[in-house]
Write a protein that binds this ligand. Structure first.
Ligand code: GAL
Length: 666
């Protein structure tokens, strides 16, 4: 495994919280028996165990944990050991108030909940360091430990005086003088100029919130400060054994932290997924979930770990539906198809009390191993064993779609041209879906990525430029690449200051167009273009300066002007999409582009997705694996070449049953 866990099979298991069951030794014994029976080979321990490990300051009790880890090891079960910083003991908060977070209105929170500590507090850092040291002393060289799980789902921000000071230091490092800050944040507007660095404060809804450069820098700082906190945790653990890989569990579409920035500090990426299966269309939910799997894989371009998923239902969504029979297998295999080397759960045994007592788990309150959930989990473990050769293989893609956190933050904060939603995420999703429905693997990139392995790059609303992206895009196209860029691109620099001159800035020649006007639509307004597709939300009046017009607008005062263009530049092509066009436009455009490039589709048929079929491939350089999954309720025929492919998992070579997964080796 590239992740270097030295386990040559898929990981199967999940969050195990024995600290909740220390008064029930028979339960702990049953857990060991059941874990083996359920074909689990890993558990995550210690995520929220701090108070059980250090009930009073400096009084450590690790005996119970050591006993459990030893017993797990005896049974051949590995451990992903978590640091407990995601939730602190009460004594710590009571004694050291500074560890409690202060919100953007400058109000300090009371003790409670979790994931709400100050990342800057030296007291919190010290206390975390101490407990991590105790953990590392005992477990860094324990043969059961295969990875460190740092904290839990980092997120949120703190506006306390310590964080204000840290932010000021961060600003001082980024800018040479207060004059430069004033210039970059455009503080002359409304006379908000700073006279010194000491006056700088984080944004607040009851204070400064209209300086977009400040807002953006604060978000950057929050990511940097979170990483800094995480690095301090990692450093202690690595000092005891640098070979144990580290991760932290990421979340679905989490907006507050730029996950790409974490990549160099983590040995592997992991994430937690809780799709609302059976809410509306499983097919659409599957497409959405596959997107974030691909995002997680793209961050390090390596296999990732599905750290948490529910084996049945959650209890925090509006409605909690159990997964229907077969969905657990299907959704877990989807993670594998997209590059996960694990299927892990929250949680192993259902809690008796508190806020997650009705969350789904492998072992429920009845303590039985006969439940449908338990049996499905067990079957999945068995099936994962059967396909273990696939573990460690990669998902390769010719296509990279930009998803840049900083760009998203800036364009959503920009105030105009559509404060009722710019739909960045949906615009990204349309391109993703356009390629994925054809069965093609898709990667995500940000403005710091390496693009050399791609044939096609899609830049949805590349509003902001940073890291010299305009030059990299020009070069990519000149060297034969295809770039599809949409409306609302090339507008501001990395400080959210508008470019002066023609837009899309410094890409006019490359795309052969100039944007003249931007028009926001009310939610119910719809227009169309000459090729029949409709558009909503936003469109641009563009003037070709060399580009060929592929479609024009149909109505309104700009009727007849170009809506979609293409320009030959160097050896490549630059497509520009001037309006928020409907999905079928993207589907058709991408099919044509793929055909023109002779990119081979893994299975025949351009309309697999509407039927509910999703496809992904993994490769280890020698063998390739084709995953075909059916998220619909009907059996569908699939055309796979029998002479070159062997069915290694699933039933029926040329058809796929409802909720079925077929895996072919080729
Ligand atoms: C995750 C979290 C777990 C648990 C789970 C419930 O976000 O990391 O601790 O709360 O959600 O779905």
């Amino acid at each position: 495994m590239d992740i270097n866990l030295n386990i040559h099979s898929f990981l199967h298991g999940g969050d195990y919280n024995p600290e909740q069951w220390l008064a029930y030794p028979e339960v702990l014994d049953k857990d060991l028996e059941y874990l083996v029976e359920a074909n689990c080979n890993i558990v995550t321990l210690g995520v929220f165990s701090w108070a059980s490990l250090e009930a009073f300051e400096g009084q450590y009790d690790f005996e119970w944990l050591v006993t459990i880890v030893d017993k797990l090891h005896d049974k051949g079960i590995y451990v992903m050991m978590a640091t407990p910083s995601g939730a602190r003991p009460k004594w710590l908060a009571d004694k050291y108030q500074e560890v409690l977070r202060v919100d953007e209105k400058r109000q300090r929170q009371l003790f409670g909940a979790r994931h709400n500590h100050c990342y800057t507090s030296s007291v919190y850092r010290k206390k975390v360091e101490e407990i991590n040291q105790e953990l590392a002393k005992r477990f860094a060289n324990h043969p059961a430990i295969v990875g460190w799980h740092i904290s839990n789902e980092f997120g949120g921000e703190c506006h306390c005086p310590l964080c204000q000071d840290a932010f000021r230091d961060w600003v001082k490092k980024r800018y040479d003088s207060i004059e430069e800050v004033n210039e970059k944040w455009y503080t002359t507007f409304w006379s908000h100029n700073y006279q010194s660095f000491d006056q700088i404060e984080s944004p607040s809804s009851i204070g400064e919130n209209g300086l977009h450069g400040l807002n953006l820098d604060w978000k950057r700082f929050v990511t940097d400060q979170t990483i800094d906190f995480m690095k301090a945790e990692i450093q202690v653990l690595k000092s005891y054994n640098s070979d144990i890989p580290v991760t932290t569990n990421f979340m679905y579409y989490f907006n507050e932290l730029n996950y790409f920035k974490f990549k160099e500090h983590l040995d592997f990426i992991s994430w937690d997924t809780y799709p609302t299966w059976h809410k509306n269309s499983d097919v659409e939910i599957a497409m959405d979930n596959s997107l974030w799997h691909d995002m997680m894989r793209s961050i390090k371009q390596k296999p990732f770990i599905l750290m948490e998923s529910s084996p049945s239902y959650t209890n925090w969504q509006g409605i909690s539906k159990p997964k229907k029979p077969g969905m657990h297998m299907l959704s877990s295999m989807q993670a594998i198809a997209h590059g996960s080397d694990a299927v892990m759960y929250f949680q192993w045994r259902q809690s008796r009390g508190a806020s997650e007592k009705f969350h789904g788990s492998v072992v429920q309150h009845d303590g039985s191993n006969k439940t449908r959930v338990f049996q499905e989990v067990k079957q999945l473990g068995d099936d994962l064993n059967g396909i273990k050769d696939i573990q460690g293989s990669l998902v390769k893609s010719d296509i990279g779609i930009f998803y840049d956190w900083e760009n998203k933050w800036a364009l959503e904060d920009a105030q105009g041209p559509r404060n009722k939603g710019m739909h960045y995420k949906e615009t990204v999703q349309k391109s993703y879906k356009g390629f994925r429905r054809l069965g093609l693997n898709v990667d995500f990139v940000d403005m710091e990525s390496d693009y050399s392995n791609y044939k096609i790059l899609v830049a949805p609303m590349l509003y902001m430029y940073r890291n010299n992206i305009q030059q990299k895009i020009s070069q990519f196209i000149a060297q034969g690449g295809i770039v599809i860029m949409t409306y609302w691109s090339g507008i501001v620099d990395e400080n959210d200051l508008c470019f002066l001159g023609k837009v899309p800035y410094k890409l006019n020649d490359v795309f052969g167009i100039e944007r003249k006007e931007v028009i926001g639509f009310y939610d119910d307004e719809v227009n169309s273009i000459s090729t029949g597709y409709t558009y909503k939300n936003l469109c641009e009046v563009i003037e070709p300066i060399g580009a060929k017009t592929l479609a024009t607008y149909e109505s309104d005062y700009y009727s007849g002007s170009p809506a979609v263009t293409v320009n030959e530049y160097g050896d490549g092509k630059a497509y520009y999409i001037g309006a928020d066009l409907e999905q079928s436009f993207y589907d058709d455009l991408y099919l044509n582009i793929i055909k023109a490039l002779n990119i081979e589709l893994p299975i025949d048929g351009s309309d697999n997705f509407p039927k509910g079929i999703l496809t992904s491939t993994r490769t280890d350089g020698r063998d390739n694996y084709l995953f075909i999954q059916n998220f619909s309720q009907e059996t569908h025929a699939v055309k796979v070449d029998e002479s070159s492919h062997t069915l290694i998992y699933g039933e029926g070579f040329q058809n796929i049953k409802p909720y079925g997964t077929n895996i072919y080796k080729y």
